[in-house]
Design a binder for this molecule. Structure first.
Ligand SMILES: [Cu+2]
Length: 690
């Protein structure tokens, strides 16, 4: 398996640099180290989670966990819960009343009943005071509650519970492969299992060349991209309440930014493939692109399709299109007024750098929204409404559409239309803020003398293999055979930025280095203005560094990007490393990090044969003024997208390109800003699976 070992992650030449991320908090310093409680090592916890998630549709394959599951009584000793057992009583009551969703049924987070039950279980997990209680409850409920609800609750609990701080979650595409893998390949996997014949099956992207959208299916259907999207929504759940233990810093703004980046990245992929940028969705116009998902639920049949050019219809029991339009106009009104009215009618000023955060909470909407009653839940409702357009009145008893799962949503091209629509609402707000002045943007005494890129910016496709062993049904009595699929995916050759920075302040200064790129031209060959370009800027990296007086030569590698993450380790790797550690070996999962960021493979858009022109810009700003936490240049435990603790950068996401630039000379004359043109090539290379 091509797992990227990022052991040299922090190596660099030049001054000390903090990648405040590498895309993730370090999840597992060393498996052999002891956990926070006497007797439970990190390796043991990892072992437990591996087996809780392995073969989720069958029995637990670990004898010890299985016997806990069979004998544990969640209500026996309430002193192990920080809420005195309140959560566990609730779910046990529903269980005894036979109200819980059965197993072997599809699960959707957007279904209120399903969500309610998954959150009841999450509430139990998050209130466990020690690992033994946590894992005993997990084992117990794994045998009882719906598998989808269980997986969701356990993932979110492992992400947010301090007890599971060092646990590395297995890739969701190996836990619930149905949500990531085409039906044809899943069928082949079942046949292989039935005949006990090992098999490696090739996955292809949905549709045919007759559909121009298929040219960019490698983006929306990429399993790493899908994982990024679903894990982000687990780090920042819309249903989160601070009573669970911590506040999710700048959640609404992060919602805007992560989807904005998906939107602009998708447009750059489209330009790479000679397609126009995405047009936003209009509630009163046909949905141009239909979609045939070629994906099937483990239980519940195929995901519904939607033909081309369908007109929006009200969705029974969810929303009328009119309601969505009303909510939209209330939000646009708030933007025009520059304030939001909270539940009590009190005004919340949004004409400042924190306004975007409130707006994000409102548009999603999350439980952080100050007024759900009035501003509704535009994003969540729109996902369901769009997802149901194949059967808006529920006549055919179809399961939810791909848009009703974060795992599958980006497969449908209309996902990007929907998000372009919301992104434009956010833009309306950002454009209403006063542009930054040259004075505000200047970093006194600091100038970028040179910016260049080491090596050609080049992308290629490669085959990636993952296991489908958890897709099929099996029994303990019969040996497993290897069943896997390989799927083409985008990657890029390593490169590095060379940045020469002069510091004339006569003393060491802390600096933030922000790197972006945007396409130079649209699909008609027309050059973007600076103002158009900067809104389409792809964030490539952000890090802190100390500038010594005089010249600083910084070499920053593409692999170090703090907005991206390496591949998630496979289930097999997790099993192997955990076993080694438990056997007393010196095993470590140190370099595996949370999958919240964009896959590093996707750092660069595909580009094309002739080389697609991009504007590459770097802004070096005052690290002291930017820093929201101490020790940034040394501390590496930050996650660009993560939810743990304060977000380290005081500046808005996208700074300094987040506001309107009516006069681009402001940037051209800025010594601490540099701007060059680069080309991104794709020579049609495909590294085959062997
Ligand atoms: Cu999303």
């Amino acid at each position: 398996m091509p797992i990227r070992e990022s052991a040299d992650h922090q190596q660099h030449e030049g001054p000390p640099i903090s990648s405040f991320g590498g895309g993730g908090r370090c999840l597992a310093p060393a498996l052999v180290s002891q956990g926070d409680e006497a007797g439970v090592s990190d390796a043991q916890k990892q072992h437990d989670v591996n087996f809780l998630l392995h073969k989720i549709y069958g029995n637990i394959r670990d004898a010890n966990l299985k016997s806990i599951a069979d004998s544990f009584d969640p209500e026996a000793d309430l002193s192990h819960y920080s809420d005195d057992g309140e959560a566990v009583h609730k779910i046990m009551k529903d269980l005894k009343d036979h109200r819980l969703l059965e197993q072997k049924h599809w699960f959707s987070l957007f279904n209120p009943k399903h969500r309610h039950e998954a959150l009841l279980l999450f509430d139990v997990f998050i209130n466990c005071k020690d690992w033994n209680t946590f894992v005993s409850n997990a084992a117990y409920f794994r045998q009882i509650i719906n598998e989808g609800e269980f997986v969701y609750a356990l993932y979110v609990a492992v992400i947010h519970s301090p007890l599971a701080e060092h646990v590395v979650l297995p890739p969701l595409y190996e836990v619930t492969p149905h949500l990531f893998t085409n039906s044809e390949v899943i069928e082949a996997a079942y046949r292989a299992k039935q005949t006990q014949t090992p098999g490696k099956f090739q996955s292809t992207f949905t549709g045919t060349k007759k559909n121009p959208e298929q040219r960019v299916a490698y983006f929306g259907e990429d399993i790493g991209m899908n994982t990024h999207h679903v894990i982000w929504h687990m780090e920042f759940p819309f249903w989160w309440q601070d009573k669970y233990g911590h506040h999710l810093d700048r959640k609404g703004e992060s919602f805007f930014w992560v989807h904005h980046q998906l939107t602009v990245r998708f447009d750059a992929e489209r330009l790479s493939n000679y397609l126009d940028p995405v047009d936003e969705l209009h509630w009163d116009k046909p949905i141009v692109q239909g979609f045939a998902p070629h994906t099937t639920y483990k239980y519940g049949g195929p995901f519904p399709s939607r033909p081309d050019n369908v007109n929006f219809e009200d969705v029974d029991g969810v929303a009328r299109i009119r309601d969505l339009l009303i909510v939209e106009s209330r939000i646009r009104d708030a933007i025009a007024h520059g304030y939001i009215a909270d539940r009590t009618g009190e005004r919340i000023d949004i004409m400042n750098e924190r306004g975007i955060n409130v707006l994000g909470d409102i548009i999603e909407s999350s439980l952080y929204s100050p007024n759900v009653q009035y501003y509704g839940a535009l994003h969540n409702t729109a996902h369901i409404v769009l997802g149901r357009q194949g059967d808006p009145h529920g006549k055919y008893d179809l399961p939810p559409g791909v848009l009703e799962h974060f795992e599958t949503a980006t497969r449908d091209p209309s996902f990007f239309r929907l998000h372009k629509y919301m992104d434009n609402i956010f833009k309306e707000h950002k454009d209403s803020l006063p542009p930054y002045t040259q004075e505000e943007l200047t970093f006194v005494g600091v100038s970028v003398e040179n910016l260049s890129v080491n090596g050609e910016l080049e992308t290629y496709f490669e085959d990636f293999e993952y296991s489908l062993i958890n897709a099929v049904d099996d029994t303990e009595q019969i040996e497993d055979v290897d069943i896997s699929t390989f799927v083409p995916r985008l990657n890029h050759k390593e490169f590095a930025y060379n940045i020469d920075i002069n510091n004339n302040n006569g003393e060491e200064s802390l600096a933030t280095v922000r790197i972006f790129a945007w396409p130079h031209r649209d699909n008609n060959g027309i050059e973007y203005s600076f103002d158009e370009g900067r809104w389409n800027a792809i964030e490539l990296d952000k890090f802190w560094t100390k500038l010594t007086p005089g010249t600083n030569h910084i070499v920053r590698k593409s692999s170090e990007s703090s907005v991206t993450v390496p591949d998630v380790p496979s289930f097999q790797t997790l099993f192997d490393k955990t076993k080694e550690a438990l056997d007393g070996g010196d095993s470590s999962l140190e370099n595996y990090v949370s999958a919240t960021g964009i896959p590093n493979r996707f750092l660069l858009p595909k580009g094309n044969k002739q080389g697609l022109d991009f504007d590459l810009v770097v802004a070096v700003t005052d690290g002291k003024a930017d820093a929201a936490v101490d020790g940034l240049h040394e501390n590496t435990e930050f996650n660009h997208y993560g939810s743990h603790g304060n977000y380290p950068d005081n500046r808005p996401h996208g700074y300094p390109l987040d506001r309107k630039v009516p006069d681009e000379r402001v940037f051209e004359n800025l010594p601490n800003f540099s701007h060059i043109q680069v080309k991104v090539f794709n020579h049609g290379e495909h590294v085959q699976h062997h």
